[in-house]
Design a protein around this ligand. Structure first.
Ligand code: FAD
Length: 461
């Protein structure tokens, strides 16, 4: 039996890539940290074709690596170099099947691009509030499989909070059809949550029903300067106390990270005397927010919680501030090589963590530079370290992760585990939790063909 010929008979010639050049974009991850050699890249058009591919792979013992927009930052969608892993690309399953204005739901194929889904919701005065700098490439299936976070989590939660229903193909080819657009459904175990954040290791997500929210056309954006990280978190507490859920974004940025981004954009670095900056945004369906947010900021300046502020007075100014925020990662890439730590700790302990980590790195790894930014309203920091030489970072990541664990935090707040952090997950997770994950993996995928070695350490699976 020839699996390639059988794959062509399922997806057609146009749906199968075997040429090395054509497969190149699927053979590396977004950052270029992981490289592999796929057996082939199959792009099915329907759920039935996905099921047929999965059954074929079971028969031949071929591992499947699901791939969405391939913007993942943990190497989960990149095959290994065995030449025996099939990349299953959901690109062609991109239909928007339904948008329901009254129920505020959208039903779409897993391959639909996040930005396309957002635009479809906006046409009906609704919003899909999953917001990532990569949203022009991210697919809905990838966003769900990674339980994506982003800049709207403070108010709307992570991708999981959007998922009302899923259609999933299991490892034996069974199709679970749970495409129900229900807010309330307590009929039995709520199995869809097992697949959210499972990074392709438990099943292939082929379609989803997502909960939308009313649009918030009125916004007020401000860049706030703080004397310390502690003050910034105090500012968050006061702004939420005054404006409640209208605060949709609270993006903390360390001075050095902002300076690098401003240099990349060729602009002056804003609020140059402030060691910590926050890009804060409040949104509402009501125009009053446009006055309430500046009023709240002025009150906090008077109380010396906010040291300085730049209030955007136009949409263009707000966009420029967001451009600065969204350039932080690119500016980091220009500054050298970087070690990324996507960590979270309880918000009340975030400032103490930042201070202790900085002292620890300064003492033990003096040749590196810190590049700290993140969704601090969620307790999530991208605690990144820029370095030039491998010898300068020996043991650094393990030390950061140990410290995070000591603060009852997480070594992956939103990017997932993939291949990148699987050893650290294994090292730092309670054995009872690891054993439970391995049991669940065996239950869903007894022969281990779905994204092996990702998320769940191979030794425990
Ligand atoms: C510039 C930039 C900014 C980013 N900002 C954020 C951010 O703010 N917050 C955040 O959370 N992430 C962020 N990310 C990371 C990334 O965009 C998210 O993890 C995103 O959700 C991945 O979606 P994707 O479609 O690209 O998935 P991929 O990278 O293709 O896949 C990710 C994982 O999901 C699995 N998978 C993909 N599709 C399916 C499917 N249909 N069924 C089952 N498994 C599947 C893959 O096997 C892999 O393990 C950013 C990335 C970049 C490049």
């Amino acid at each position: 039996m020839n699996p390639i010929r059988d794959l062509v008979s399922i997806v057609g010639d146009a749906g199968l890539l075997t040429d090395e050049g054509a497969m190149a974009p699927y053979s590396r991850d977004w950052r270029g940290m992981f490289h592999g050699r796929p057996l082939a890249v199959a792009s099915p058009r329907s759920t039935d074709e996905v099921a047929a591919i999965v059954r074929l792979c079971q028969q031949h013992g071929i591992a499947i690596v699901p791939a969405g927009g391939r913007t993942g930052l943990a190497g989960g969608a990149t095959p290994d170099d065995s030449g025996n892993q099939l990349v299953l690309a959901l690109d062609r399953m991109n239909a928007i099947r339904d948008v329901d204005a009254l129920g505020e739901t959208i039903t779409l194929g897993a391959g639909c691009i996040l930005a396309t889904a957002q635009a479809a919701a906006a046409e009906l005065g609704l919003m899909l509030p999953i917001s990532l700098a990569s949203e022009g490439s991210v697919q809905i299936g990838g966003a769900i499989a990674t339980n994506a976070g982003g800049t709207n989590v403070l108010r709307y939660g992570m991708a999981r909070a959007r998922v009302l229903g899923l259609e999933v193909v299991l490892a034996d080819g069974t199709v679970l059809n749970g495409l129900r657009a229900l807010r309330k459904d307590n009929a039995g175990l709520d199995w869809k949550h097992w697949f959210v954040g499972s990074e392709g290791a438990l099943g292939i997500i082929t379609a989803a029903v997502l909960q939308l929210v009313p649009a918030t056309p009125h916004a007020s954006t401000a860049l706030l300067g703080f004397a310390s990280c502690d003050d910034a978190l105090d500012g968050l507490r006061h702004l939420r106390a005054r404006l409640g859920d209208s605060i949709t974004g609270f993006e903390l940025m360390a001075r050095a990270a902002v300076d690098r981004a401003a240099a990349l954009l060729g602009t002056a670095s804003p609020l140059p005397d402030q060691p910590w900056l926050v890009l804060a945004e409040a949104r509402s369906a009501l125009a009053a927010i446009e006055q309430e947010m500046p009023d709240a900021c002025m009150a906090l300046i008077e109380r010396e919680i906010i040291a300085d502020a730049l209030l955007a007075s136009s949409g263009a100014q707000a966009q420029a501030l967001w451009r600065l925020r969204e350039s932080l990662a690119e500016a980091e890439a220009h500054a050298g090589r970087s070690l990324k730590h996507d960590i979270s700790v309880p918000i009340a302990r975030l400032a103490a963590f930042v201070a202790e980590a900085e002292a620890m790195i300064g003492a033990g790894w003096p040749a590196v530079a810190l590049n700290i930014f993140g969704h601090a309203g969620d307790g999530n920091l991208h605690y990144n370290v820029i370095y030039q030489d491998d010898a300068d970072i020996i043991g650094l990541s393990a030390a950061v992760h140990d410290l995070v664990t000591g603060y009852d935090g997480s070594i992956s707040a939103e990017h997932g585990i993939g291949q990148y952090r699987v050893e650290e997950l294994s090292r730092l997770t309670d054995p009872a939790e690891l054993a439970l994950m391995a049991q669940i993996k065996r239950l869903f995928d007894p022969s281990g063909i779905l994204n092996p070695g990702r998320v769940i350490p191979l030794a425990s699976a």
